[in-house]
Design a protein around this ligand. Structure first.
Ligand code: SF4
Ligand code: MG
Length: 331
C-alpha cells in the first residue's frame, strides 16, 4: 500500500501561563491509500491536536513547532492559508464530534451542501443540486430532506449531512474525530456501518480518532496509540488485540471490558497522566509503568520501526531484548 499521508516528527506546542505545553511531541506515522488508520489514547493525549495540526485547524496559541505533514507528495505545513483552503474539502476534509451542531441554523440543508460544492467548483452550476441529491442518497437520507432546516433533523441525520458534506468533493483523506460520540449507540452503529461502506466504495483514507477502543478495533486496520503527546506504538489491529507490546497499550486494553476473550477483571492503569509542561525526563509513562527498567527514568525511548510496526519503549530496544533473553536463559 503506498502512503497517502506522511506525518514526520510532528510537534505542536502552545504557551500557557505556567510555560510551554508540549501537546504533541515528535510524532511520526503514515496512512496508506485507502487505509482506515486509528489514533487512540486517553483524552488529552494529543490525538485531536495531531488531527488539527494535519488539517490546519489549530487555534492560537497552539502551533506546529516542528516536523512535516506530506499529503500525496505535497508538504502541508508550509502552505499559505489560501493555498491550504484550495485543498480543504477537495483533498482533505474533517468530521468533528460537534459538527452536526455547527450547521448554519438559518439555511436549508440544500443551500449548505450546494454552497460547499460551488465554493470549490463554481463550474458545476445547476449540477450542484444533482450532486447534493446524490450525496443525500449516499448517506441514506431522503432527498426531500434537502429542503429541511438543521433543527428539523435528528442529531444522527445532521451528522450524516456533515459526512455527506465531507465527501462532497471526493477528498482522498477524511479525518474523523469522535464522529459519532455524541449520538446514541444504535444511531452510532448505523453511521459507522455507513462510513465503512462508503470508504470501501470510494477508497478514500480515514484518520479515525476515538477514545472508544473497541469501536476503533472494529474499524481500523492499523492503530497508533498515543500517550501524553507521544506516539508509543503503531501496530495492526490483530497485533494490538492479540499481542500488544507497549506497557501502556497493554494497560489501555485491560481498561476495557473483555474485547475478545473470557470475562476478566478490569485493572485500568494506576496513576495520572504527566504534566505536559514538565514531562518526566525519561519515558513519559515511567511513573505508571510496572515494567520500567533503570534507563526509563532518564532516557526518553525513541519511536523505532521494526517488524511489528513502531514502538517507543526500552524493552524493545536491542539491549532490552538481549537483557530479556539473558534473564529468560537464567530462569
Ligand atoms: Fe515502561 Fe520503560 Fe517502556 Fe516506558 S520505556 S513503557 S517506562 S518499560
Ligand atoms: Mg479529542
Amino acid at each position: 500500500m503506498s502512503d497517502l499521508l506522511q506525518v514526520r516528527h510532528l510537534s505542536i506546542e502552545y504557551a500557557s501561563p505556567r510555560g510551554i505545553v508540549k501537546a504533541v511531541d515528535d510524532v511520526t506515522f503514515s496512512i496508506g491509500k485507502g487505509e482506515i488508520f486509528g489514533l487512540a489514547g486517553e483524552s488529552g493525549c494529543g490525538k485531536s491536536t495531531t488531527a488539527f495540526g494535519i488539517s490546519r485547524l489549530l487555534r492560537h496559541p497552539a502551533q506546529i513547532s516542528g516536523g512535516s505533514v506530506v499529503l500525496d507528495g505535497q508538504e502541508l505545513t508550509t502552505l499559505s492559508n489560501d493555498e491550504f483552503d484550495k485543498l480543504r474539502w477537495s483533498k482533505i476534509s474533517i468530521v468533528l464530534q460537534s459538527a452536526m451542531n455547527n450547521l448554519n441554523p438559518v439555511l436549508k440543508i440544500s443551500n449548505q451542501l450546494i454552497d460547499a460544492i460551488l465554493a470549490h467548483d463554481p463550474s458545476m452550476g445547476k449540477e450542484a443540486r444533482q450532486r447534493a441529491e446524490q450525496l443525500m442518497k449516499l448517506v441514506d437520507l431522503p432527498v426531500d430532506r434537502l429542503d429541511s432546516y438543521p433543527h428539523e433533523l435528528s442529531g444522527g441525520m445532521r451528522q450524516r449531512v456533515v459526512i455527506a458534506m465531507a465527501l462532497a468533493l471526493r477528498p482522498s483523506l477524511v479525518i474523523m474525530d469522535e464522529p459519532t460520540t455524541a449520538l446514541d449507540v444504535v444511531v452510532q452503529n448505523g453511521i459507522i456501518r455507513k462510513i465503512v461502506e462508503l470508504q470501501k466504495e470510494f477508497g478514500f483514507s480515514i484518520l479515525f480518532i476515538t477514545h472508544d477502543l473497541p469501536l476503533m478495533l472494529e474499524m481500523c486496520g492499523r492503530i497508533g496509540i498515543m500517550y501524553a503527546g507521544k506516539l508509543v506504538e503503531v501496530a495492526s489491529r490483530e497485533q494490538i488485540l492479540q499481542k500488544p507490546r507497549h506497557p501502556y497499550t497493554q494497560g489501555l486494553l485491560n481498561s476495557f471490558p473483555s474485547l475478545s476473550g473470557p470475562k476478566q477483571r478490569l485493572s485500568g492503569i494506576p496513576g495520572h497522566t504527566p504534566d505536559l509542561i514538565r514531562p518526566p525526563a525519561g519515558c513519559r509513562f515511567c511513573p505508571r509503568c510496572s515494567q520500567a527498567i533503570q534507563e526509563c527514568q532518564t532516557l526518553p525511548p525513541p519511536l523505532v520501526e521494526d517488524a511489528g510496526g513502531q514502538i517507543a519503549c526500552h524493552l524493545y530496544s536491542e539491549e532490552g531484548i538481549a537483557r530479556e533473553q539473558a534473564s529468560a536463559a537464567c530462569e
